[in-house]
Design a protein around this ligand. Structure first.
Ligand SMILES: N[C@@H](CCC(=O)N[C@@H](CS)C(=O)NCC(=O)O)C(=O)O
Length: 225
């Protein structure tokens, strides 16, 4: 969604190709040739092949010169932009994802992983909220790819934390999300997925495509073979 948001905001022409991860489209040789990590999103642009959502945002921002308030490579301002972009990619995203996984999808609902990831996800979101309390945006005092990166995750905070009221804890995030949601580009980005009939059922086939480790042998057993 964050890549779709950029493409729509920048008015770029693009073709959205649905990859239905519950059906296992991410594991086809054709898709793996684009993203060896087998995850969406990925983008091709002429000879350029890019995967990982924040890398795509940075690529598109550099390519177009848009939504990049810290453009000078090697500058202190650029360091700030990179720090926050990577913080979202390596902290906010993975901790929030594991928070959902251990609470809802792990074969055993173990107390400690649920506690650890809930704690870490909330800690990361609090850092984002505190950051937004300052100038209202993640970097440069203006709408940028880092805000778009946050928008890709933040609307799902109540679901990710398993807490309907969670957004009330992050008023600055809630305000920024409302601002971005009110932009016509955000509505156009969200409309993309409604045009594709994605598999809805979280059945065993979907679980095997998304969480193959659940069905893999225990590592100790596999080593002993
Ligand atoms: N770091 C990656 C994470 C991408 C990711 O986890 N994508 C999920 C969907 S949101 C996916 O493709 N899952 C399929 C799978 O794990 O098989 C990014 O930001 O692009």
């Amino acid at each position: 969604m964050k890549v779709a948001l950029f493409l729509e905001e920048a008015g770029l022409e693009y073709e959205a190709i649905p990859i239905d991860t519950k059906l296992g489209d991410q594991h086809t040789p054709t898709f793996r040739a684009i993203n060896p990590n087998g995850k969406v999103p990925a983008l091709t642009d002429g000879d350029a092949v890019i995967f990982d959502s924040n890398a795509i945002l940075l690529y598109l921002a550099e390519r177009t010169g848009k939504f990049l308030p810290r453009p000078d490579a090697g500058s202190a301002a650029r360091a700030e932009l990179l720090s926050w972009l990577m913080f979202v990619a390596t902290g906010v995203g993975p901790y929030s994802g594991q928070c959902v996984h251990f609470r809802l999808f792990a074969p055993e609902r173990l107390a400690y992983p649920i506690k650890r990831y809930d704690f870490e996800a909330r800690r990361h979101w609090q850092i984002v909220d505190d950051r937004l309390a300052g100038t209202g945006h993640m970097v440069g005092g203006t709408y940028s790819i880092v805000d778009m990166a946050v928008w890709g995750w933040a609307p799902r905070i109540p679901f990710m934390l398993g807490d309907e009221a969670a957004m009330a804890e992050f008023p600055h995030i809630a305000r920024l999300m409302a601002e971005i949601d009110a932009r016509p580009a955000a509505a156009r980005a969200r409309a993309i997925e409604t045009r594709h009939p994605f598999k809805g059922d979280f059945d065993e086939a979907a679980m095997r495509n998304l969480y193959p480790q659940i069905f893999a042998p225990d590592p100790a057993t596999a080593r002993a073979r």
